[in-house]
Design a protein around this ligand. Structure first.
Ligand SMILES: NC(=O)c1ccc[n+]([C@@H]2O[C@H](COP(=O)([O-])OP(=O)(O)OC[C@H]3O[C@@H](n4cnc5c(N)ncnc54)[C@H](OP(=O)(O)O)[C@@H]3O)[C@@H](O)[C@H]2O)c1
Length: 281
């Protein structure tokens, strides 16, 4: 299959390249090569390359910065996805759109299913939900993959920030009242490499198994890395940030399990593997 990857220099896209390039003809397109806000170019490039699949990773992903630049968030995450979905509809390419747990408001109190009603609390979540709506309105052959708390070997993430601050000997304060399903990009890339061959299109939640607060996640990362640094649990109100975040956004991989895809590892196992990959253990 010929596969176009948008946002190719990003953290998840880097692992998708590693996993899929041995198996399929992969065409990675960075922001410099294909800016998804240039709708004419998106249509031209996808029409001329005629891919079988487009894996759409490009996004404005800085959650707090999205709050400060809402028009840019809407332009990239919603309208950019509109352009990609239109081009896929025109050419018949299968579209894989990566979305987020932040489409939910966090009031449910148990892991979110694919059929639960989104109600984003911040601009990032709204703009990504806008992208989902474009995909569903414009195209039939799509996978919407909602994932969460990504970390990987090719980018900056919560884990890498915690480890680098701890290595500098700085005491750490981390919120303990936001529960998530943190996910290793390598595991998600493997999952996507199965998904694209499935005939069962639709919305999937794909995360490592389990749920954890950011505080407990940091605690486990430091323990596995053998770093003893003072780590203090704090509440979200003690860590003011431009974007509001859901207090609970764990995802349940209900559709994934239903269609008998191989289960993803527990978050602890994935984190441990990640730390050994980066030489942190
Ligand atoms: N990170 C998470 O915790 C998380 C959680 C849930 C869902 N997701 C979703 O997962 C996907 C991948 O996330 P990630 O963490 O791998 O993000 P990332 O590392 O920030 O990668 C996104 C890539 O998109 C590029 N990009 C930004 N604007 C673009 C534009 N106008 N045209 C083309 N490319 C553009 C970025 O380039 P520049 O860096 O040069 O701007 C970057 O290379 C995104 O759709 C994100 O919304 C992420």
């Amino acid at each position: 299959m010929r596969i176009i990857l948008t946002g190719a220099k990003g953290m998840l896209a880097s692992d998708i390249q590693m996993v899929l390039s041995q198996r399929e003809e992969l065409i990675p397109l960075s922001k410099e090569e294909l800016d998804i806000t240039d709708s004419g170019k998106v249509m031209d490039v996808i029409s001329s390359l005629k891919p079988d699949v487009v894996i759409h990773c490009a996004a404005f992903t800085n959650v707090d910065q999205c709050e400060l630049e809402p028009e840019k968030a809407y332009r990239v995450n919603t309208l950019g996805t509109w352009a990609v979905a239109s081009a896929c509809a025109k050419t018949g390419a299968l579209l894989v759109y990566i979305s987020t747990d932040y489409v939910f408001d966090g009031r449910k109190g148990s892991p979110y299913l694919e059929i639960d009603e989104p109600n984003p609390l911040n601009v990032y979540g709204k703009s990504k939900l806008g992208g989902e709506k474009m995909v569903m309105a414009l195209h039939r052959r799509f996978f919407i993959v909602r994932t969460a708390g990504l970390y990987g070997t090719k980018g900056k993430s919560f884990v890498t920030t915690i480890l680098s601050k701890a290595k500098e000997g700085r005491p750490l304060s981390v919120v303990s009242d936001q529960i998530v399903s943190p996910t290793y990009t390598y595991d998600l890339a493997q999952a996507i490499s199965h998904l694209i061959y499935s005939p069962f299109c639709g919305i999937y939640h794909i995360v490592n198994q389990g749920e954890v607060s950011w505080y407990e996640f940091a605690q486990e990362a430091l323990k596995l890395a053998g770093i003893s640094t003072p780590l203090k649990p704090i509440t979200s109100s003690e860590w003011p940030s431009p974007a509001k975040r859901p207090p609970y956004s764990a995802l349940r991989t209900f559709a994934w399990d239903n269609f008998h895809f191989p289960p993803l590892r527990k978050w602890q196992d994935a984190l441990s593997d990640f730390l050994s990959q980066i030489g942190g253990v």
